[in-house]
Write a protein that binds this ligand. Structure first.
Ligand SMILES: [Zn+2]
Length: 98
């Protein structure tokens, strides 16, 4: 898998890198929402900058977050079917690498 190869190569180049892809993916929403401490945010930003897979995931999460934020003031949240449709559409544009 090309994506996995990129990630593994990145890890080898940065021995001791404290932020694994799984950790980054887990923290993406909080990071995009500026809810993580500055040092962590910087590590995530650097990782996303150098990792194609996490960059794609961040782009998707950012779009979803913008969507959720745009609906935040509305009384009727976006229905799950709409979210699923948007998620699929975003996958087509930026497929997750893993
Ligand atoms: Zn990554």
């Amino acid at each position: 898998m090309a994506g996995a190869a990129i990630v593994n190569a990145g890890r080898a180049e940065r021995a001791g890198w404290p932020t694994a892809c799984a950790d980054v993916r887990e923290a993406l929403f909080a990071w995009l929402d500026r809810e993580v401490a500055a040092p962590v945010a910087e590590r995530i930003a650097r990782h996303v900058d150098q990792c194609d897979g996490c960059a794609a995931a961040a782009a998707r999460d950012r779009a979803l977050l913008a969507l959720v934020r745009g609906r935040a003031g509305a009384h009727d949240p976006a229905p799950p079917t709409l979210r699923a449709r948007i998620a699929r559409a975003l996958d087509a544009v930026a497929p997750p690498s893993d």
